[in-house]
Design a protein around this ligand. Structure first.
Ligand code: GLU
Length: 475
């Protein structure tokens, strides 16, 4: 059975890159009828925060990512928060001590940094020089008795080649002489990232580790730990990273990059998930629009690209508008209401017709709502509008329209068409647009927008006349 995990550190908001890792793990598990685990890597007590864990879980759920095992869901290999697993790491650390695979290192930060600089100047790899490996038991005891601080380091075997077959990148190798003995725990038993990850992946029976390329160099260390602990390592797949449209690695500089930002802006989750899934992965037949759960079965890990993917906000906006079009006006107004946004009070049928008319032009629910309120809300008579409409033929058209509308008994589609026809007849030099554009501008403030018939129906006779009157008063 295939078992994968997403293992975020709750030190900030879930951002696009991490969400992508989560999504691909989720899709891979789904495609293979495997299990998807959520594990919270919160051993860094200073930087980890409960609020981030909660937000992270909410954001994942919002994206439609569900886990089979996790802190809230439980499961056979829990607990699923590393801070609750310290006793487990302690047990395996003791095992490594007994095997003689680890030792205490008393070098200070300052000493380490000095030696690092010297190594760099001498053109040697800036790795730990394994100095404390040679300490005798007596030296260790006297250092400890003197209260000197220490960390626990893992003995990297000398002169070996560490290699593995990465599912995406093929064979990768590293010479162990480039690696110094690395830290796996502090004396208080808090494990390093490397040690916790390996112990957990082993005990949680993870079969595939799908994570960002930034972890590639860690994998060599992890393989050594797997071996020392006597566990079979999982298969690794290191995904290329994501860049912004400017070619730089995605960061805060690129604006909206946390999932929370996308939510706050009113993007719909299915659109965001769709867009993220296309970062370095392509769906069968190069399909670009889908819902994750409809396509997940077709997910193949080796379809992930080796080169960096590019996140382009314009592409998200396009995908998002397409998802908007797929939803009914009723569904969209419910979603807008669920955001706590207030809808103008007009007839429900007309409102839905209006939403259907304009939904494809919006990429967020906030944008759609703003579009609706801009059309239905009070009209701002700007200087630009005034100058466009205070001269003939616009002025003439507007007053003729107001006069004829005032006289009309009913104000429906046919009446509107009749009035327009009459104005055209009375002013033979005018083109259709010379009549429509001023009318639209005076009633909605912009020269583009929904079907005029629909607008006239929505505003009704009084609404239209009020708008025209408001306008002429200001001009
Ligand atoms: N906690 C690590 C991170 O947030 C992920 C570890 C892993 O996937 O192995 O980068």
């Amino acid at each position: 059975m295939i078992r994968v995990r997403f293992a975020p550190s709750p030190t900030g908001f879930l951002h696009l890159g991490n969400a992508r890792t989560a999504l691909f793990n989720y899709m891979f598990a789904k495609a293979n009828k495997g299990a998807f685990i959520l594990r919270i890597e919160d051993t860094d007590r200073e930087r980890s925060r409960e609020e981030y864990t909660a937000q992270l879980m909410e954001d994942l759920k919002w994206l439609g990512i569900r886990w089979d095992e996790g802190p809230d869901a439980g499961g056979p290999y829990g607990p699923y928060k590393q801070s609750e697993r310290l006793h487990i790491y302690k047990e395996y650390l003791d095992k490594l001590f007994t095997q003689g695979a680890v030792y205490k290192c008393f070098c200070t930060e300052k000493e380490l940094e000095e030696r690092r600089q010297i190594a760099i100047l001498a053109g040697r790899p800036p790795r730990y020089d394994n100095r404390c490996r040679a300490l005798t038991e007596g030296q260790v005891k006297s250092f400890q008795d003197a209260g000197r601080e220490y960390v626990i380091r893992f003995k990297v075997p000398e002169n070996t080649r560490i290699s593995f077959n990465d599912v995406i990148r093929g064979r990768v190798e590293q010479d162990s002489s480039l690696l110094g003995d690395f830290v796996i725990a502090r004396p208080d038993g808090i494990p390093s990232f490397h040690f916790a990850v390996v112990t957990d992946d082993a005990l949680m029976k993870v079969t595939h580790v799908i994570r960002g390329e930034d972890h590639l160099s860690n994998t060599f260390l992890h393989l050594l730990l797997f071996k020392a602990l006597g566990f079979e390592p999982p298969q690794y797949a290191h995904m290329s990273l994501t860049k912004g449209a400017d070619g730089a690695l995605l960061s805060k500089r690129h604006g909206v990059t946390s999932i929370k930002d996308f939510r706050d802006k009113g993007y719909m989750p299915e659109a965001v998930a769709n867009c993220i899934s296309l970062l370095g992965w392509s769906a069968p037949d190069k399909k670009e629009l889908f819902r994750i759960d409809d396509i997940a079965d077709a997910f193949k890990i080796d379809h992930l690209s080796k080169s960096p993917s590019v996140f382009d906000l314009k592409k998200l906006d396009w995908i998002a508008a397409e998802h908007m079009k797929l939803l009914s006006a009723g569904e969209l107004s419910l979603r807008i209401a669920a955001r706590g946004l207030f809808m103008p009070q007009i007839d429900g049928v007309l409102l839905h017709r209006l939403i259907d008319d304009i939904k494809g032009g919006a990429s967020t629910l906030n944008g759609l709502h703003a579009g609706i309120t801009a059309i239905l809300g009070p009209l701002a008579v700007t200087d630009g509008l005034k100058s466009r409409l205070s001269q003939d033929p616009a002025r003439k058209v507007l007053s003729a329209f107001a006069e004829k509308t005032e006289k009309a008994e009913y104000f429906d589609r046919d009446t509107f068409d009749r009035i327009i026809g009459e104005i055209a007849e009375e002013n033979p030099g005018l083109k259709k647009r010379d009549i429509f554009v001023p009318l639209r501008l005076a009633v909605t403030g912009t020269d583009r927008g929904p079907d005029m018939h629909l607008l006239m129906e929505i505003f009704g006779k009084t609404g239209c006349l009020d708008r025209l009157k408001n306008f002429s008063e200001k001009v």
